[in-house]
Design a protein around this ligand. Structure first.
Ligand code: FMN
Length: 216
């Protein structure tokens, strides 16, 4: 009976997760177009907070899709985004790491593209609680995607940090509206994240955001 209960619990957890346990991050994942949330903006702002303890329940595919769309999804013609970007350029990249592997968010297709042979959640953050969340969102700036007239690397980094802040607040608000939890975390293991996600020299990991449902 006990064994049956364990099997049923594991089956329920696997069914809720967009990341099949056997995929090892090698499969792309289609995300659904986000539905309207049941919470309005004022209530979501009232509920916004940082969460550092999560249940083991994986974030549902629908909630993950809604959070990624809120962060950096396409919301208008011409590929324009939910978050503002300097010069209208698309220099921010979002990675999701689960226990099954890592994926890169493709805003145009609203899909997750598998990152082959990626590292683990623990590789990207300096604070232990982050990797205990079911998912970790890694916010990366591709400094090579700025217009050539922004000549200084420091200028590009400064602008990228500001953009990450805009994007992160959208993550917080959508998470609040969905009763999910997150935290904007500057404690990034830059070397670990570079290795885990096979980042180029122009791709700079800036922040991580654990994602899941808050533990009561
Ligand atoms: C730029 C920035 C960096 C942050 N870095 C961390 C961090 O490294 N670790 C962490 O646990 N929280 C981090 N936070 C979250 C803050 O600690 C949190 O927002 C603050 O304590 C207020 O709590 P609240 O978000 O629940 O209102 C950061 C927030 C900001 C804006």
């Amino acid at each position: 009976m006990k064994r049956l209960l364990i099997i049923l619990c594991m089956a329920a957890l696997t069914a809720a997760s967009p990341f099949p346990a056997d995929a090892q991050g090698t499969s792309d994942i289609a995300l659904k177009k986000p539905a309207a949330t049941k919470m309005d903006l004022t209530d979501a702002l009232g509920a916004r907070r940082s969460t550092r303890a999560f249940t083991a329940t994986p974030l549902s595919n629908d909630d993950l899709g809604a959070i990624l769309w809120a962060a950096n999804g396409v919301n208008r013609a011409g590929g324009k985004r939910t978050s503002p970007t300097a010069y209208g350029r698309h220099y921010m990249k979002l990675y999701i790491i689960s226990d099954a592997g890592a994926h890169l968010y493709d805003p145009e297709a609203h899909r997750l593209t598998a990152v082959p042979n990626a590292g683990a959640k623990k590789d990207v953050a300096t604070q232990g609680y982050v990797s205990r969340a079911p998912l970790v969102l890694v916010i990366v700036a591709d400094l090579g995607r700025f217009p050539l007239f922004v000549t200084g690397r420091e200028d590009r980094i400064r602008i990228a940090h500001a953009t990450a802040g805009c994007l992160a607040q959208n993550v917080y608000l959508m998470a609040a509206a969905l009763k999910a939890g997150t935290c904007f975390v500057a404690g990034v293991d830059e070397k670990g994240a570079r290795k885990a996600l096979h980042l180029s020299k122009d791709e700079l990991p800036l922040y991580v955001m654990p994602l899941g449902y808050p533990a009561k």
